[in-house]
Each structure stands twice: as structure tokens, then as C-alpha cells.
Design a protein around this ligand. Structure first.
Ligand code: 5GP
Length: 208
């Protein structure tokens, strides 16, 4: 792949299926990498430090903020979540498309700092389906689920800030759709300045 990678932000209500979507994208295509965030929330059953998240204490997280190690961070349902800068910049420079799975406040900050980034909002087909998926996961208390549903109501207000709105009804279709969006984004002329300059110079030689 030539050129710089794209920074893709994926947000969506908790339970929209972001995890499965990203896992499938990474399995299917080797052009994507996933940024691993730092968080102060406790690991869920089966989660491993350095794989799903870097699990940190509040003090450690605040030290990362102070050292300027995070591109953005936000508070979500009582915990800090943030994106480490070094990995993202290194992978973009290598031409990889870097995916951030972050909530809406973080997404807005990313668009401010990286105007060329692509913001995609993933939605379940209906609110009822969202409740069903969250309850079915069985990993959280009813109180946490209620908080996440209530947060979804707030987040629904900001969807227009995203470049793309994708509905996750059938996961395989959804993976294809997101991959196609990224392919199209790579073809946008503002991302192809170097190639355009080169072909312009070459055809310039034909001019009489
Ligand atoms: P969860 O606790 O379900 O893993 O994540 C809760 C929320 O935090 C999700 O909406 C997720 O997208 C968001 N999140 C995860 N990592 C980050 C991050 O680095 N920055 C921000 N702003 N949000 C994040």
C-alpha cells in the first residue's frame, strides 16, 4: 500500500457490535491495525492487559495525561479511557489504516487534531435489539446496563458529527461495507497529492 494510512474512528452504542466488526476486519484484511486504549475500568472476565486494553490505576492514567502520551481521553460511565499516541503515529506512517474504537467525545477530539480522519458510527437495527444484545452478553450488572442504555440516548444526539452511519444488521455485510468505505476514502484526491503530481508531470511532457 502506498502513502499514509487512514485514521478510522469507530463509535457506536455499547452493544452495537463494534468488537465483532473490528475483529472480522482485522482477520480478513492485513491493512488494518487496532489501537489499544488505556483505561481505569476493571478488566471483564477473559480480558487481558495489553490485549483489550492497558488497564491502569487512576494515578497511572493521570500520569500518562500529564506526560502528553495520549492523543485524546474521555470519561465514560465513571472511568477514564484514552488513546496512546506513539503507536497510532508509527502505524499511520507505515501506511496502515489505524482503527480507534472510542466514544463520541474522543471522536470529536480526533477530528479536531486529525481533520483527515474518518469517523464512522455503527448502529444496531433498533433500540430493542440494542437492549437484547446488552442483556444477552451477561457480563454486566443491570445497573451498568441501564447506565450504558442511558448513555446511548445521549450519544444518539451527536451522530451527525460522524462522516458515516452504518447499520449492523448482518455482520458480514457490515464488514464489507466498512472496508469499501475505506477503499473509497483512499481514492479521494486530497489523499493522493503525490500521485496526482507525478501523473501531471508525466502527461505534461505530451503537451505541444
Ligand atoms: P467498554 O468499557 O465497553 O470497553 O468501553 C466503553 C466505551 O469507551 C466505548 O464506547 C468505547 O468505544 C470507549 N473507549 C474505549 N477506548 C477509548 C479511548 O481510548 N478513548 C475514548 N474517548 N473512548 C474509548
Amino acid at each position: 500500500m502506498a502513502g499514509k494510512g487512514i485514521l478510522l474512528v469507530v463509535s457506536g452504542f455499547s452493544g452495537a457490535g463494534k468488537g465483532t466488526l473490528l475483529q472480522k476486519l482485522l482477520e480478513k484484511y492485513d491493512t488494518y491495525v487496532l489501537s489499544i486504549s488505556a483505561t481505569t475500568r476493571s478488566p471483564r472476565e477473559g480480558e487481558v492487559d495489553g490485549r483489550e486494553y492497558f488497564f491502569r490505576s487512576r494515578e497511572e492514567f493521570e500520569a500518562m495525561i500529564a506526560a502528553g502520551e495520549l492523543i485524546e481521553y474521555a470519561c465514560y460511565v465513571g472511568n477514564y479511557y484514552g488513546t496512546p499516541k506513539a503507536y497510532v503515529e508509527e502505524q499511520l506512517a507505515l501506511g496502515k489504516d489505524v482503527i480507534l474504537e472510542i466514544e463520541i467525545q474522543g471522536a470529536r477530539k480526533i477530528k479536531e487534531c486529525y481533520p483527515d480522519s474518518v469517523l464512522l458510527f455503527l448502529s444496531p437495527p433498533s433500540a430493542e435489539e440494542l437492549r437484547r444484545r446488552l442483556t444477552g452478553r451477561g457480563t454486566e450488572s443491570m445497573e451498568v446496563i441501564e447506565n450504558r442504555l442511558s448513555r446511548a440516548a445521549q450519544e444518539a444526539q451527536g451522530i451527525e458529527d460522524y462522516d458515516y452511519f452504518v447499520i449492523n444488521d448482518n455482520i458480514e455485510d457490515c464488514v464489507q461495507q466498512v472496508h469499501q468505505i475505506l477503499e473509497s476514502e483512499h481514492s479521494r484526491s486530497f489523499r493522493n497529492g503525490e500521485r496526482i503530481g507525478k501523473i501531471r508531470e508525466e502527461v505534461g511532457k505530451f503537451q505541444k
